[in-house]
Design a protein around this ligand. Sequence first.
Ligand code: DAH
Length: 362
Amino acid sequence: MSTPKSDQITREILSRIGQASNLEQLDAIRVETLGRNGFITELMKSVGNLPPESRRDAGQHNNALKQSVLEALDERRILLQTSELNSRLSKETIDVSLPVRTYDSGVIHPISQTIDEMVNIFSSMGFSVAEGPHIETDFNNFTALNIPPEHPARQEHDTFYLPEKDDGSRLVLRTHTSPVQIRTMLSKKPPIRIIVPGRTFRADYDSTHSPMFHQIEGLVIDQTTNMGHLKGCLIDFCRKFFKVEDLPARFRPSYFPFTEPSAEMDIGCSREGGGLTIGRTKKSGAEDWMEILGCGMVNPRVFENCNIDPEKFQGFAFGLGIERAAMLKYGIPDLRMFYDSDLRWLRHFGFSSLEIPGALGS
Ligand code: DAH
């Protein structure tokens, strides 16, 4: 009920609001007055106990009191906020002589960058990416690829063997990405057009060999796939990857058990002045050649090992060392540096994540 007493209390509240010296004090007054059990709240509740004829006036009067408190709270809050801000602004200064705060930003490892670039180029040619495990069966890594147990090619691979199992068989750390050819041919029907980037392992360590390294494998199988397709595909790839439009290329006869015929692909380069430049240096053509990958037409025996009819299907395959390609493209002199985790080296040879990998149209 509005009485001179409630008016009196309201006046006191208004005066306390006017004197509140910070936002916490102001909020305490708000709760005390307008909160669930606040003075004004109680006052408004009490209207229900009045005789009906006086409720209207009392209600209006109380509303007016509440309104005046709300307005006073608002006004004071704005005033206090402004003065708190002003005092902070006058106290806080920027010390321009402080040293800057440093932060580390990571870079993309050149191997990851190179894989991304290669995958982008082959994707644009219609290849999809396949993967396989690092621990392989002897069958997938060797036998199915036409490298039977006594084959001399096994010696060249410096294989890491896992402990012998009870049945005498031994798993291996895959020595190349070629076993993924077998896995793919055993699990899906041609046409096949895959690339396989991934880790490979051989017991070898010097400035051009590391026990763990990376290869990218390619496999294309269809009814009429021929050596012209192989050459076109790999020449296009090398030109895009090295960004040299007229990059000279040649194919030399070679030998791999899983391809027949087999070839090694060389690209033109120059070793003038002690450095190495990929591509044509003289109008007359490349001065020098550099081996870049192994390739060939899939050996019919490999098809037979994978239950694919060699009378119906034919295809080509290739395999390329990723470290070597990255070293050539980015002028990295020693392969071991890739895995030393030397931050200075990584910052120098690493890539910003904002660079869009790939040679599409570039
Ligand atoms: N697997 C071979 C190696 O590691 C590379 C290779 C050569 C793969 C010729 C192929 C190929 O698919 O056709 O030395």
